[in-house]
Design a protein around this ligand. Sequence first.
Ligand SMILES: NC(=O)c1ccc[n+]([C@@H]2O[C@H](COP(=O)([O-])OP(=O)(O)OC[C@H]3O[C@@H](n4cnc5c(N)ncnc54)[C@H](O)[C@@H]3O)[C@@H](O)[C@H]2O)c1
Length: 433
Amino acid sequence: MKFNKICIVGLGYIGLPTACMFAKAGCDVLGVDINQNVIHTLNNGGLHIHEPGLKEVFERAIDSGKLSFGLQPEQADAFVIAVPTPFYEDKKADMRFVSAAAESILPYLRKGNLVVLESTSPPQITSNLVMPILEKSGLIAGQDFFLAYSPERVLPGQILRELVENARVIGGLTPESAQAGKELYQSFVQGEIILTDSTTAEMVKLMENTYRDVNIAIANEFLRLADRFGINVWEAIQIANLHPRVKILNPGPGVGGHCISVDPWFFVEAAPDIAKLIRTARLVNDSQPSFVVEYVQRILGNLQGKKIAALGLAYKPDVDDLRESPAIEIVHLLEQQGAVVTAYEPFCPDSGCRLSVGTESTLENTLADAELILILVGHTQFKHLDPQELLSKTSARKVLDAVHILGVGWEQSGFQVYALGNGQQLKAVHANN
Ligand SMILES: NC(=O)c1ccc[n+]([C@@H]2O[C@H](COP(=O)([O-])OP(=O)(O)OC[C@H]3O[C@@H](n4cnc5c(N)ncnc54)[C@H](O)[C@@H]3O)[C@@H](O)[C@H]2O)c1
């Protein structure tokens, strides 16, 4: 099949880089987003998201004349849907964006077209939600047009490389739909392309993220057990991982982002009678921010009026993505305990108002009169903090490293360093109190 024109619906972390890749491969690409600010920014040559390498690929695609943007789809050979799939307060999947995106392409759908859903979705969404919407056109899925599900599995921070190199799963409503998907993506994908049915492809994506969530949950539970028994979890994990068939992941302050902390709930919703371990793991990871706050209380005592400098708000290192971030949850919980928290997020220095979090746009202002420096995200910038230099910039002499990044030299410089997971230190704190 020949795909001359491709319409990408949703221009976020997934849709925009994907649109650039198709344009780079020589296709005419129309990127569509319902957010007028996004379209305005892109039409003016700007980017609304931060992703390493995106600026260069984006500018080249614009210069080639192959990439344009609009608020509505147009007729095309293929449509790719990459809109958000968040959850409601009650953790049930919110599929309104997917439904609206499918509705939006309905007037432009023609015989022989291919529609691919990339958004992470609960099992059977392609066949039970997207297909009936598209068939309102009068065309039959799998017969008049091709329909496939192809989950995106890239890692933020490495999206451009992984889009090309990762293996890609394409689940077709019919084998012909999967094959059509393969012909679309092989224009830029160099990784293996695996064809299957749409429900298997939906399951694969959810299983990958659920597997990681459950494994992080057990690491977090090990961290709490280590704390209870007065040992350093990092040392224990390092030793346990010497076993040839053990690979314990890193514990931390919680699990965020809008993939791993969201996707397992899709299984819980779809089959609550079966997904019991998955649900428990989610609850363990979701309660980790409370554990960090308890840790801070053990260091500072009553938090009323205590000044804390929180370093990092993103959900993981070196990205500007704040969605479902445990760091933000920790800041809110500390404030509920009366602490006066000032946060610094180098990738989103102006995010404070939006999040109802007190932020400073410089590290210096954040640290100035703090009592505790609380490192919540392992940004490279924080890994390279020089304790000697910081001494004159902050009144804080206590540091809690919640993400296991601080190197040597802090204690010698006069800081009292606590590491989440080092139960030996907290025993000492108990003893001193
Ligand atoms: N971000 C990641 O690293 C990642 C990785 C793998 C999978 N995914 C999945 O990919 C999907 C997209 O994620 P994202 O991170 O790109 O989301 P995002 O929030 O960054 O971007 C989504 C974009 O879609 C737009 N949108 C919403 N409804 C629309 C509609 N009806 N028509 C047109 N545009 C619409 C929004 O305005 C937004 O700009 C989600 O299902 C997500 O779970 C994301």
